[in-house]
Design a protein. Structure first.
Length: 222
């Protein structure tokens, strides 16, 4: 039987065909406005989004989705799937979530993952919902799933910063190394969050994402 670690590496690989590389989550507009213009500013922007957006919403909900899939509680899966989508602060962030979720769901269906095949037609699926489904199916434990999900997000944000700021490849590696402790702290904090502590409160991110919808020239979809 294939190791859960290998399945996790598969799920977080940049080669996973979900289109994650196409999204900057508002970073492109932040660069356009001059909010992010160098390595230190990129570290601050990405670190804050990691800590307060991913760590405040996606990661703790991913934990709940993983548990719900494990216990086969489809009502809970549906609740947290809807919760994630309702919590998105802009149209672009919502579209990113469901477009990546549907891409991963299609892949899981093609790989004959039973709960993916049984997903109700016409119901939008969040990326974390499909990711938790895959992680549970391939026996990836909760802690590893959270760390892998956060790492995949971080790699994509750093790749976007390399193109947009722009940064060199070595600066990109410095950025990854500098944000590893933030990632670990965000995962640990997410695991301890209660239901009434979930959510996002980053006005700058919301405004950047909303303004990006009509940005004149852009490389990324969000």
């Amino acid at each position: 039987m294939t190791s859960p670690l290998l399945h996790l590496m598969h799920l977080v690989s940049p080669a996973l065909p979900v289109g994650a590389y196409a999204y900057s989550q508002g970073l492109e507009y932040a660069v356009e406005r001059g909010w992010v213009a160098d390595l230190d500013a990129a570290k601050d922007w990405i670190g804050e989004v990691l800590c307060h957006s991913l760590g405040g919403l996606d990661l703790p909900v991913l934990q709940r989705l993983h548990s719900a899939w494990q216990s086969e509680s489809l009502d809970e899966v549906g609740y947290w799937n809807d919760y994630l989508q309702a919590a998105r602060e802009s149209k672009e962030l919502l579209l990113e979530d469901v477009q990546m979720g549907e891409a991963l769901l299609r892949l899981l269906v093609s790989l004959d993952v039973p709960n993916a095949v049984a997903w109700p037609k016409g119901v939008a699926v969040s990326f974390a919902t499909a990711f938790a489904l895959a992680a549970q199916h391939w026996r990836v434990d909760n802690d590893d799933a959270l760390s892998g999900f956060a790492w995949s997000w971080l790699e994509n944000q750093v790749a976007a910063a390399i193109k947009l700021v722009p940064l060199g490849q070595t600066d990109g590696q410095r950025l990854l190394m500098a944000l590893m402790p933030v990632l670990e702290a965000s995962v640990e904090a997410a695991k301890a969050r209660h239901n009434d502590e979930l959510g996002v409160g980053l006005p700058g991110l919301a405004m950047a994402s909303a303004q990006h919808e009509t940005q004149y020239s852009r490389l990324f979809r969000s």
